[in-house]
Design a protein around this ligand. Sequence first.
Ligand code: UD1
Ligand code: MG
Length: 454
Amino acid sequence: MTPLNIVILAAGKGTRMYSNKPKVLHALAGKPLLQHVLDCAVVLKPQHICVVYGHGGEAVPQAMQQYAAKFVIQEPQLGTGHAVQQAMPHLADDSQTMVLYGDVPLIQHSTLHQMQQAGDGLVLLTVNMPNPAGYGRIIRDRQGDVLSIIEEKDATPEQREIMEVNTGILLAPTKMLRGWLAKLQNKNSQGEYYLTDIVSMAVQQGVTVHTVQPGHEWEIHGINSKAQLVVLERTWQLVEAGRLLVQGVTLADAARIDVRGKLSCGRDVEIDVGCIFEGEVNLGNNVRVGAYSVIRNSSIAANTVIAPYSHIDSSEVGTNCHIGPYARLRPGTKLSDEVHIGNFVEVKNSEIAANSKANHLSYIGDSTVGSRVNIGAGTITCNYDGANKHRTIIEDDVFIGSDTQLVAPVTVSKGATIGAGSTITRDAPAGELTLSRGRQTTINGWKRPTKEKK
Ligand code: UD1
Ligand code: MG
């Protein structure tokens, strides 16, 4: 098969975003617009990807440096044809070149794959729009063969009636494209070098022009303003919700879930309103996620309940756990099965073994907690001495009384009990009661201070 080169146009200013950030770096579903396009491009296994950028200095190449792509600056921006010209020195003659737009984020590789299958010659991605205003129109002859593309600003009133529009996305044999681009002129209402003018050149040379329609209309929507961005975001989120529903996930409201990454769900998962899933999240069978929870890069095993308003980041949660409401699991948290983490409990970089509980108002950081441990309300691991972090080890069957501070590094051995209100600075032996507490005294006849009269 002929190798594929992909050119992504991303030099447009994005004036209507009213932002200092280049337009293609604004996020949709938690990911920059351009990154959506790059991720889609990569799936096609192209020989080269070339991104044409313009505004925002080096911000665009820097933000996308993880991709094996060439970044070519277009300065000044003299139109879409001129933009593709900047990429040509990096493309091989014996390839096909596909042009994508950095501000058309939701193009799907299935659509691009269809374009690759369309046949030799020039392939245009077009779509019929009830309201085609602003787009270039596809001009066909009586037989229905494509003759040219005419930009709205250059079109006659009759041509403006045409509802088939140019999405801008196309595929061309690279050698021919090179020849056509070299002949472009800017004699049009905008004084730009239009990429679209290559269509009539192809027709004149007898090159067949194929058209392909996208799988969904939203795939070709471009972003020029925050208003368009939020509309496409909501469209995409409904697509994601629809995908989950088809798989059998129960959503309290398909319009009130946000997936910013990849959410995988087992059977009989239930998700209440307002939840946000970021990065890669896995929910096992029968997992229930309570309202307004935020889960990022984490896996939650079967039958676990996440109660409302919980925040879980880069953590692993076992089966049959109960988390929240108002729990916070920070990176490096690993909970085994049947663990309970209750309200206002924060866990960070800690492992908690099966059947242990921390149900109220605690901080468990840099800790290793055994099985069947009960951590009383208000227990704090003092893991940070101002310079370094230290570990707390709590072995199996320990009971920590409420309002205890465990000053790390410290070990509470198997079966130990810590009396409430203790500050534990040295290791506590197995099976014994350890406590640090001033003796309770009563001062007889003590009076509360009263306000002095002035
Ligand atoms: C273009 C097409 C039009 C099509 C429409 C679809 C041309 C002449 N017209 O029009 O037929 O219906 O897209 O949205 O191609 N860009 C650069 N450098 C430039 C100019 C543009 O990189 O010098 C990039 C922009 O960042 C954007 C894309 O190319 O991603 C399209 O540019 P835009 O100005 O939006 O083109 P339109 O006039 O909308
Ligand atoms: Mg446009």
